[in-house]
Design a protein around this ligand. Structure first.
Ligand code: PMP
Length: 423
C-alpha cells in the first residue's frame, strides 16, 4: 500500500491531536536508514526523537530481545520480579552522576519518569511545589504538561494544570536571557510567589531538547545546586533526551561540576523499546511507601533486556568518543556553510546533540527551518525542528551511523539549506 493511500486512512482514523510530521510510512529500517512504503530510502537524523543512539535494530539489541522473547515477555515486576531488572538498576545506580548509594525504578515513558521523580521528591521532602523552566519539555501527562514551559501546542484546551508548579526563564544568552537574569527571576519567585521551604524540587534539562538544544551553562547548574542545598530543595535532572552518549558523555550532567539528586531517563535507554527510569539518592528513592510507585508494564522484560545490550554497545563501541567526532564534523561543516548563509545565527551543542538556528530579517524564522526540513525530506534526509520559536533544526542521527552515510547526509543537508534560501 502506498504512502498516499495510508495517509488518507490515517486522517479518517486518527485524532488530529497526534500531530504527524511526515506522510511517509515506515516499511523497514537499519542503523541510520529507513525505507518507506513507496520504497524510498531516508537517512534518519531524527532517531524516533532521540531514541536510537545505537541505531535501528542494532544486532546486539535485537539478539538480547529475541533471547528474552524466548524466556518470558511479561510477569509484572510487582508480581513476579526478574533478575535482569535488578541488574539494570544496579548498573544505572553505578553510572548515574552523584555520590553515595543510589536506587532506581523502571517505568515506561519519559513523561512517566518525570511524574515519578516529582512523586518521589514530594514524598521524600514532605513539600509540594516544583520549579521548572520556560522552554523546558517534560512530557504530555498532566504533571509533565504542567512542568513543560510552553503553552502552544502542549497546554492548549487542556484546562487547569496541577497546582504549585512555577516557571523561571531558562538562560539563553542568544535570546537576551543571561544566567544572572534567570537566577534573579528565581529569587523573585521565592519572594513573590512561593516560600522556598515549600519547594520540593527544581527540574531542569541539562540541554533543553524540544526547547531548542540550549545547554545549561555550567555556572547556572552550579548556582542551582547551591540554591537547592541552601533551601533543602531537590535537583532533578531530566536526561530523557540528553542521556546515553548523545552529548559525548553517558549523561549530560557529567559536563557539570555538580550532580542532581534524581535523574530521569527514557528514550535511548532501550534502543527503541519503551523503557524509562528514575535513579537517585537511595534515601530519597525510599521516600514513597510500598505500592506508591510502579505500573503494570514498568520495566517490561523486553525493554530491560534491550537496555542491557544498549549499555554494552555504548561502552564497547566507544559511542561517547564517536559522538564527539561526529558532532565536531557536523559543526565544522555547518560553520563553513555559514559564510554563505546569513540566515544561520547559531551552531551549537555538546557532543552530537547539535542544532542550527535560523533568523530571517533579524527575527527567528520557523518558516526557514521548515523549508530546510522540507527540502531535506524531498532529498531523503529526515530532520526535526525544535525551539520555542520553531526556528531550530536539531540533529539526532544514530551515533552508530556509518561514515559514508554520514558524509552523504552532510551533503544533503548543505544542499537543503542552500535550496531553502531560494524557496
Ligand atoms: N522529558 C524530556 C526532556 C523529553 O525530551 C521528553 C520527550 N521529548 C519527555 C520528557 C517525555 O518523554 P515521553 O515522550 O517518552 O513521554
Amino acid at each position: 500500500m502506498s504512502n498516499a493511500e495510508i495517509e488518507t486512512r490515517r486522517q479518517a482514523a486518527m485524532s488530529r491531536g497526534v500531530g504527524v510530521m511526515t506522510q511517509i510510512y515506515a516499511e523497514r529500517a537499519e542503523n541510520a536508514e529507513i525505507w518507506d512504503s513507496d520504497g524510498k530510502r531516508y537517512i534518519d537524523f531524527a532517531s524516533g526523537i532521540a531514541v536510537l543512539n545505537t541505531g535501528h535494530r542494532h544486532p546486539r539489541v535485537i539478539a538480547a530481545v529475541k533471547a528474552q522473547l524466548d524466556r518470558f515477555t511479561h510477569t509484572c515486576h510487582q508480581v513476579v520480579p526478574y533478575e535482569n531488572y535488578v541488574a539494570l538498576a544496579e548498573r544505572l545506580n553505578a553510572m548515574v552522576p552523584g555520590e553515595g548509594p543510589k536506587k532506581s525504578i523502571f517505568v515506561t515513558t519519559g513523561a512517566e519518569a518525570v511524574e515519578n521523580a516529582v512523586k518521589i521528591a514530594r514524598a521524600a521532602t514532605g513539600r509540594q511545589a516544583v520549579v521548572a523552566f520556560t522552554g523546558g519539555f517534560h512530557g504530555r501527562t498532566f504533571m509533565g504538561m504542567a512542568l513543560t514551559g510552553k503553552v502552544v501546542p502542549y497546554k492548549v484546551g487542556f484546562g487547569a494544570m496541577p497546582g504549585d508548579v512555577f516557571h523561571v526563564p531558562f538562560p539563553v544568552e542568544l535570546h537576551g536571557m543571561s544566567v544572572q537574569k534567570s537566577l534573579d527571576a528565581l529569587g523573585y519567585l521565592f519572594k513573590a510567589d512561593v516560600d522556598p521551604r515549600r519547594v520540593a524540587a527544581i527540574i531542569v534539562e541539562p540541554v533543553q531538547g524540544e526547547g531548542g538544544f540550549y545547554e545549561a551553562p555550567r555556572e547556572f547548574m552550579s548556582a542551582l545546586r547551591r540554591i537547592c542545598d541552601e533551601h533543602g530543595i531537590l535537583l532533578i535532572a531530566d536526561e530523557v533526551q540528553t542521556g546515553f552518549a548523545r552529548t559525548g558523555k553517558m549523561f549530560a550532567m557529567e559536563h557539570h561540576e555538580v550532580a542532581p539528586d534524581l535523574t530521569t531517563m527514557a528514550k535511548s535507554l532501550a534502543g527503541g523499546f519503551p523503557l524509562a527510569a528514575v535513579t537517585g539518592r537511595a534515601e530519597l528513592m525510599d521516600g514513597p511507601a510500598p505500592g506508591g510507585l510502579g505500573g503494570t508494564y514498568g520495566g517490561n522484560p523486553l525493554g530491560i533486556a534491550a537496555a542491557h545490550a544498549v549499555l554494552d554497545v555504548i561502552e564497547e563501541e566507544g559511542l561517547c568518543d564517536r559522538a564527539n567526532q561526529l558532532g565536531s564534523r557536523l559543526k565544522q561543516h555547518l560553520s563553513a556553510l555559514r559564510e554563505d548563509v546569513p540566515e544561520i545565527v547559531d551552531i551549537r551543542g555538546p557532543g552530537f546533540m547539535n542544532a542550527v538556528e535560523f533568523n530571517l530579517g533579524g527575527a527567528p524564522s520557523a518558516d526557514f527551518a521548515n523549508r530546510v526540513r522540507a527540502e531535506a525530506l524531498a532529498r531523503g534526509l529526515l530532520l526535526l525542528t525544535c525551539g520555542v520559536h520553531g526556528n531550530v533544526i536539531r540533529f539526532l542521527s544514530p551515533i552508530t551511523i556509518q561514515d559514508e552515510v554520514f558524509t552523504e547526509a552532510l551533503g544533503l543537508l548543505e544542499e537543503s539549506i542552500r535550496a531553502a534560501r531560494k524557496g
